[in-house]
Design a protein around this ligand. Structure first.
Ligand SMILES: [Zn+2]
Length: 236
């Protein structure tokens, strides 16, 4: 019986491993996807900043040309002032000059904003480029190891299932049936040890007589309260 109980405990450990492998098979694809998503995300952020930078550099050039053009118009109007013949001509020129000066000042203001943004974007692009390199490096290593884990998980599960089968056939049928039933109803541990004179599955105190029987390990003893199979492990 002692040997059967040991085999049962071994079976329980195999089942724990199998549950763990099943969980891995479920969460590994999520982990892999999250790592890939993170890589895409940082690349996209970099690309967006680079595009905005290119766009603002073009806008800067356009504004600089605009200002240059308005300036030459202004110079032209200022020269015409010397050859004024009528008041009407004078008024018209004054309006044109004022108009150009306003335009120049507006464009210069906009240009200043763009120059500031270009500065910020250049810093961001530099930062994002480093981030892309870092994330790519980290995630590729992780993806490689997760990929290997994913590839081998099927084999590992098959091995554990074989191990379970070999183990099961050597266990007393009644014990195995009790184990399977408790496992199904309670989930988790079906074989539990006595701790502090109580069942460590449900924490219900055990009578001294029962503890003696469990210590002997000569028969299958279950907890009256939760039905789990009780074993003695000297861990008290
Ligand atoms: Zn119990």
């Amino acid at each position: 019986m002692q040997n059967d109980l040991e085999m049962l405990l071994k079976l329980q450990n195999i089942d724990y491993d199998l549950e763990e492998l099943d969980r891995s098979r479920e969460y590994l694809p999520d982990m892999i996807n999250n790592l890939k998503k993170e890589m895409e995300e940082v690349s996209r952020t970099l690309k967006e900043s680079e595009e905005r930078l290119t766009q603002q550099v073009l806008q800067r050039k356009k504004l600089e040309l605009d200002i240059e053009e308005i300036n030459s118009e202004l110079t032209k109007f200022q020269k015409q002032m010397r050859d004024i013949k009528t008041n009407r001509e004078y008024d018209a020129l004054v309006t044109e000059i004022a108009n150009r000066k306003t335009k120049i000042s507006e464009s210069e203001e906009e240009l200043l904003k763009i120059l500031t943004e270009i500065d910020e974007l250049q810093d961001k692009v530099k930062e994002y480029k480093e981030r892309v390199v870092e994330v790519d490096k980290n995630n590729r290593v992780q993806l490689e190891s997760l990929g290997k884990e994913m590839d081998s998980i099927g084999i590992k599960i098959k091995q554990k299932q074989d191990e379970r089968k070999n183990n099961s056939v050597r266990i007393n049928k009644l014990m195995l049936a009790t184990y399977e039933r408790v496992k199904k109803v309670k989930g988790g541990a079906a074989v539990v040890s006595v701790k502090k004179r109580a069942c460590s599955g449900c924490y219900k105190s055990l009578p001294p007589q029962k503890i003696q029987e469990i210590k002997k390990g000569e028969s299958l003893i279950t907890c009256d309260s939760c039905g789990r199979i009780l074993i003695w492990t000297d861990e008290e």
